[in-house]
Write a protein of this length. Sequence first.
Length: 664
Amino acid sequence: MRPKSLPSFTHLFPILVLFSISFSRRIKPAAADGSETGGCGDAANIRDPFWLSGRNAFFGDPAFEVECRGGLRILTNSLGRGSYFIKHIFYDNKSFVVANTQFARGDCPIPRNDSQLGLHDHFDHHFTISTANKVLFLFRKCSEIPPGHHEGIQCASDTFADLAESYDYSKPPNWSSKCEVVSAPVLPYGAEEESGRTNYEDLLKNGFLVEWWSNREGCEECKESGGKCGSDHQTGDFVCHCPGGWDDPGSCGKGHKNKIKFVIGICAGVGCLVTASFCCFLYYHCRRRRKQQSSFLLSRNVSSDPTSERDLEFGSEQYHTQIFMYEELEGATDGFGTSNVLGDGGFGTVYKGMLRDGRTVAIKRFYKNNDRLVEQFINEVYILSSIRHQHLVTLYGCTSRSSRELLLVYEYVPNGTVADHLHGCREREGALTWPLRMSIAIETADALSYLHAVTPQIIHRDVKTTNILLDRSFHVKVGDFGLSRLFPANATHVSTAPQGTPGYVDPDYHQCYQLTDKSDVYSFGVMLVELISSKPAVDVSRQSRDINLANMAIDKIQKQELDQLVDPKLWFRSDCSIRTMIERVAGVAFRCLQAEKEMRPSIKEVLEVLKGIEDEGRNGAKGVEADATVKDEDCLPGKTSPPHSPDSVATRWESKSTTPNYSA
């Protein structure tokens, strides 16, 4: 095909002049850089894209204006009609925690109506209430007492509370028509009292997580080129203010400094016009190549044929995974029929399917393609495509990021989850004997030890029994890496908003917003307690002090009441050697559940100790069989040595590091 002819010089000349002038606008003399805008009382420094009201207004985006009032960082005009102040800013993932100033100052921070929150009117497009929040429903002036476990508010006798799931998807209960309903986003964790009751007043005061979008990614490049970051107050677009008194949408490089001279040159003679025309030719040529390449990437989907190639969107050096067509996976699941549903998670539904090549697979279908879920999708593809381990679930492939829906294709693990067998739909089968539970603990620790040892280190961040799959031989496959994080080299922690599942989240991570490898160790400790007790991590039907299984385990171990924690089927049907193993595993769990992360062992140390317990248990069982004088009553509760209590934890498993911190 013959290429299209280029525009004539006569037509190009005025276009090029306007194009050059638009990049060379004269501006006011540059003031102090708006990228570092100082602090506010005792709060941490505010930096780009946020800026303090009254300082450097010429450089700041109006949506991110912050007013310093009484030591609080007040968002001026971005979150509707309500007045909100910033508590924490997480620059690494573009999110921050805000709280209503009215609630923070009042003794009883209970909103009386939705308009008091002011969140649904004039909400700035730069901000989104994060789906990581939960929704708190408050019911007032009810014609009758709400059914179920809905708790009253201490400071408001006519108000009941119900803490629901994700802020995006939860709806009030059916009976709520009998009450006045107010809904408010809240952080998914916190405000739990020792009694097990949720302090809803503190939950509202703690605020909620907001994510932002900003077009100021070029700020660092601008500063490196000698410019100062700013915004065009008419369009809101990012601009770089250069020392020469002009601004640029990128940076103040050498080529940009000559643009004013370039405009003069264009106006001066035909020679510059020829040069400009040549530049225009290069621009159209490069643009056309990018467009062709983009079209190629969007249209390139492959089937499950073993000879299929990889999609270039996931380059072979980073993503070693196969790209499936959406239509093939839709057919593999009978149109995502309900009869093929294996389970539902926080971000999507998992279906059983059969590919054209005969493989039985598990297909994860994300709920909707928002930015957060796209990030989860890419995160899981990247991690599972770069690691291989016998106890990690295998990723076969995924759909293209430009597909109509985001789908992940895993190996099918047929025997359900550990949670199913311990306290779920398959509990009655009684398949998990103690040797199998010991093997599950060791294989899970082996998988986590592998993740913590690779470079860069991987923190799973959602270790729980529902994410531990079992094959037909009851071997472990650890899955669900949507929340996992990669650790930079030589870092001891990453500062980020807490995420995970209630009952498994590291309390130190929740309090300090610092994720470490010891966070996985804590979650693994909860799982160990589940294995010896057959109890779920959180159960509101238990007594208030025992709702959280980790708290219950620490209490029983400290009081040497292990027989009240261990599954009776294990405790009273086992011989002396198995009871001794259970007690020692309880001691390992106790160390993993220490509130201070420095007191916990590394997962590698846990793995070594668990293997030693298993080996000694086997040898002990043989010894009992050989010694006819050993009686079964010698192993009754109280006649075996109890696991270590807090008084005996003086000799800790050292796992300290002197490497620096990292905030991402």
